[in-house]
Write a protein that binds this ligand. Structure first.
Ligand code: MV4
Length: 500
């Protein structure tokens, strides 16, 4: 096993990885930027090293500096988490060259899956269903018209270097192709430095269904079933669940086998996710493969009962997969809500500042993966995810009720969060009935505005929280002077005056 793991990330995922390493009794090194000196992941690690200034390019994306710090501290493995360097094949290669184990797949599979056209071609060759369309990018409108004619309108133009929906254009008729192509190429160039664009049949009202896969370094593979992630805003997932209401056992078996074929086709070696689009007729198509642990991995952990991060570490160290396909089962239902620091009244822009008061919900089958605590500064430099709330239930309805109550009991003051928005989604009849397609948010939530909470009820809630907190923390000590924590200190700007 490893001597020491460097966790090349921050926030909730860094904390999640530190927890796994700690439970495996592997020493850990956190890395941090100048903005993160007081961040939770720094407190949780055995050691911590400063990378550099707040901007990610100078800290969490600074490959030379991270390698330097790993060597200085005797780290023989690096876990990249998600985002930052997680899918950077140059970084994975650099680790390999430096004799440091990258806790993720091999550099070549990361590179191959990073190019959407190459990935697609590989899947065609392996017999995995892909969306009908062009096999290679082109640059002249006539070629696009030919292919559009062949697959039928509407069609979708996509960037080859792609991902995140950038450089995508839906086209309904041949007359619009030329303008759409120019626009898509321009956008692809500025987003990815590569203006390669290709065309696919446009799948209307699909679901985003992804499969968790795992490979080891001995050629063994398994999948850990699906996650439905159709609830997205601007290609950002908001709520994920498993199992999907749209997938029955027969389809699950077929999709799971296809997902393993994808992993096998690129010699994948660690945790990965195979994304599919599922159309109304239950046809599924390979979309892309994410070569990292995903934000939403906990719902799989809750339903399948496997610690995915520990398995990543074990497999990276050369051990065989500890899971076997015929022993894996889904049990019950899990839902995850991502808690973002964002302001719905301000076009969902990140909300920053001091998190004045923080209290998590707790109780049976409630899990919170967090990167914050009361008093921490929420910075503008990084992804605004604060935490993830994950619940398990015996079935979807139970999990849904548990999630709603848990959100009610989640208190974050000082920064604006996505909680009211999440509650509105969970209470929407189309969500309750499981009619969750990728256009759910633009279709049903476009007009949504956060409810106006009367200031008095906010104050009342606050007083009750603080008094409750004082009761818990300040039980009388026999014979001793009791120092009472001042609620006014804790909640700062929320000056609660009697009669005010
Ligand atoms: C599609 C599609 C419909 N038809 N491809 C969006 C991001 C990129 N990774 C793939 N995406 C899509 N590709 C065809 N041929 C619809 C989407 C899409 C989408 C996919 C998954 C989850 C949310 C989405 C939201 C809008 C569009």
């Amino acid at each position: 096993m490893f001597n020491k793991i460097l966790v090349a990330n921050r926030g909730e995922i860094a904390c999640r990885i530190l927890q796994a390493a700690s439970e495996m009794n592997i020493p850990t090194l956190a890395v941090y930027s100048e903005a993160d000196e007081k961040a939770l992941h720094v407190l949780k690690a055995d050691e911590a090293a400063l990378l550099g200034p707040a901007p990610a390019l100078e800290s969490y994306l600074n490959i030379d500096r991270i390698i330097e710090v790993a060597k200085e501290h005797g780290c023989d493995a690096i876990h990249p988490g998600y985002g930052f360097l997680a899918e950077n094949h140059n970084f994975a290669k650099r680790c390999e060259d430096e004799g440091i184990t990258f806790i993720g797949s091999n550099a070549e599979s990361i590179r191959a899956m990073g190019n959407k056209v190459e990935a697609r071609q590989m899947m065609v060759n392996s017999g995995v269903p892909v969306i009908p369309g062009m096999e290679a990018p082109a640059a002249d409108a006539a070629k696009f018209k030919e292919h559009a004619e062949a697959v039928g309108y509407p069609v979708l133009l996509k960037a080859a270097a792609g991902g995140g929906g950038k450089g995508m254009r839906v086209v309904h008729d041949p007359d619009s192709i030329e303008d759409a192509l120019n626009g898509a190429m321009r956008e692809a160039k500025s987003a990815f430095g590569d203006d390669s664009v290709y065309l696919e049949k446009y799948i209307e009202e699909p679901r985003h269904i992804e499969f968790q896969v795992f490979g080891d370094k001995h050629g063994n593979y398994a999948h850990l079933f699906e996650r439905e992630c159709s609830i997205q805003r601007r290609h950002q997932k908001i709520i994920e669940e498993t199992p999907s209401v749209a997938v029955d056992d027969g389809l699950r078996k077929k999709m799971g086998e296809a997902a393993v074929m994808v992993a096998r086709a690129c010699n994948y070696t660690n945790a990965g996710t195979v994304e599919f689009l599922l159309d109304k007729n239950k046809n599924f198509y390979f979309l892309e493969m994410n070569t990292r642990i995903q934000v939403e991995h906990p719902i799989t952990e809750m339903v399948v009962g496997v610690d995915l991060v520990k398995e990543q570490i074990r497999v990276a160290s050369g051990k065989k997969l500890s899971i076997r396909q015929d022993q894996l089962r889904q049990h019950g239902h899990a839902i995850e809500c991502r808690i973002y620091a964002e302001d719905a009244l301000n076009n969902f822009l990140p909300s920053s500042g001091k998190l004045l008061f923080y209290r998590e919900p707790s109780g049976p089958f409630i899990r919170v993966d967090t990167g914050v605590y009361s008093g921490v500064d929420v910075s503008v430099y990084y992804d605004p995810i604060l935490s993830k709330l994950i619940v398990w239930g015996e079935n979807r309805a139970d999990a849904l009720e548990r999630m709603k109550k848990a959100l009610d009991n989640y208190i974050l003051l000082g920064v604006t969060t996505s909680i009211p928005y999440l509650k509105a989604i969970l209470e929407h009849e189309k969500f309750i009935s499981g009619e969750t397609y990728t256009d759910f948010i633009p279709t049903y939530m476009a007009e949504w505005k956060p409810p106006q909470v009367a200031e008095d009820s906010l104050k009342a809630a606050l007083i009750s929280v603080v008094l409750n907190e004082m009761n818990q923390k300040a039980a009388p000590v026999e014979g001793g002077e009791q120092e009472m924590p001042s609620p006014w200190k804790t909640i700062g700007k929320w000056e609660i005056g009697m009669g005010g």
